[in-house]
Design a protein around this ligand. Sequence first.
Ligand code: GAR
Length: 201
Amino acid sequence: MTPVRLAILISGRGTNMEAILHAAEADDYPAKPVLVLSNRLDAKGLETAARAGLSAVSVDHKAYGKDRETFERALQSVLVEHQIEMVVLAGFMRILTPWFVRQWTGRMINIHPSLLPKYPGLQTHQRALDAGDDEAGCSVHWVTEGVDEGSVIAQARVPVLASDSAESLAARVLAEEHKLYPKAVALAAEQIRSKKKPLPV
Ligand code: GAR
């Protein structure tokens, strides 16, 4: 079966993106990354993507001021131009409008560094430490209009150690993200492929 054409949206270093690109080298991977799109011109992940032979495009959100939807219409035209069938948010640090989310309902997933529904939003590791949690982790979920609220596809857990700082906990969770996200992308891509919905326009 033909792999699903994938865009990965990033804002920074792009280590989750790299993990997906690596997994997608397998012949039977159900998704084919073709585009990496960043809202920051200086995102380190853009260089990695270009070196891997993908289209690496940035659309600077700052150029659009507070007009989120016009920024997203610019993103959307790049996605449509590349005939993208599935969007993967990998450290993409912009909140999306309902308009954009609706274009990609059932075709867009996100990774979040907490065990959702715990700790949506920012500073997840510090919040887990402050709460005295004995485990932390990461979640991959379908993207819906509520931030970090869509149904969970997969999660991975790590223990919280007495010696942990937010940084050490983040590093332990990130190592799990790199294992979890490529698997969850494959699961979601299989579902999208089997439903054969028309492409977003
Ligand atoms: C990851 O830890 C990801 O879970 C988090 O940003 C990091 C990106 O790292 N995402 C969020 O916090 C989204 N709310 P990466 O650029 O190295 O993949």
